[in-house]
Ligand binder design. Structure first.
Ligand SMILES: Nc1ncnc2c1ncn2[C@@H]1O[C@H](COP(=O)(O)OP(=O)(O)OP(=O)(O)O)[C@@H](O)[C@H]1O
Length: 239
């Protein structure tokens, strides 16, 4: 049986900002229907790589393929199959969580059930509160729901649990596992070793714009701990 192509594949991707090479020939891939965790120090190039993968930034070199297409040139139909939750959030302030999610759902042909999604993320308790009045963690949950409401085939989650309380974090873990079990490809960036080990099937560690380790979690970690492997392979970023 031929091996199916990865849902996400970065090959030698380069992204420069002036003199700074933020992504420096980065190569990794994410298999379909799996959770891939992208770990690396602040400034290692994770967000930049994710933004290249969702077609928000154009790489200066290398190739990116998501569901077989080049995201920079991909049409709206392809973009609708890809979800993204960025760190910056970018939620409109003047509406309620529920109105926003219902609005986003209306843009897709076959959206998720907004009420079920809101309940799974504990949004139902503040669904009618204006976004402006939500706490950071509450906004984070709304941003996650917004990334998922179109039932994407591939979803990129940039630090989805940063700032969440332990209950909410467990809700997100359950949700991500459920997505994966339903066939969604999930790429998640995180600084949490626990999160990577609990959630990921596949690990990618990046440092200074390059991939320094990649593989199934057990292979990357080996007999040691993820923490030890991470500190061996990465350096504190000075840029
Ligand atoms: N638009 C930009 N202009 C200039 N430099 C940028 C820009 N975006 C990112 N960078 C730089 O590129 C490098 C990689 O940033 P990036 O946000 O991809 O890192 P990251 O691994 O996601 O970090 P963090 O863990 O802090 O989120 C950093 O040095 C950052 O300052």
């Amino acid at each position: 049986m031929p091996v199916p192509p990865p849902a996400v594949a970065l090959e030698g991707v380069v992204r420069r900002f002036g003199d700074l090479t933020a992504v420096d020939a980065m190569t990794w891939s994410a298999a379909a229907s799996s959770v891939t965790a992208l770990l690396g120090p602040n400034g290692a190039g994770k967000t930049t790589a994710v933004e290249c993968a969702v077609g928000l930034q154009r790489p200066d070199g290398g190739t990116v393929r998501v569901l077989g297409e080049d995201p920079w040139h991909s049409p709206a139909g392809h973009r609708a199959r890809v979800g993204v939750m960025l760190q910056s959030g970018g939620l409109p302030n003047g509406t309620t969580a529920l109105r926003l999610l219902r609005h986003l759902a209306s843009l897709y042909a076959a959206p998720a059930d907004v009420d079920a999604l809101a309940a799974a993320l504990g949004i139902d308790g503040f669904a009618r509160t204006t976004v402006r009045r939500l706490s950071g963690g509450q906004r984070q949950r709304v941003a996650l729901a917004a990334a998922l409401v179109g039932r994407p085939e591939v979803v990129f989650l940039d630090e989805p649990t940063a700032g969440l309380d332990p209950h909410a974090r467990l809700d997100v873990y359950d949700l991500v596992r459920g997505l994966r079990d339903d066939g969604t490809t999930v790429v998640v960036t995180t600084h949490s070793f626990e999160e990577a080990e609990r959630l990921a099937d596949h690990l990618v560690i990046v440092s200074e714009g390059r991939t320094v380790a990649e593989g199934p979690v057990a292979d990357v970690v080996g007999d040691g701990s993820l923490e030890d492997v991470y500190f061996d392979l990465t350096r504190r970023m000075r840029r």
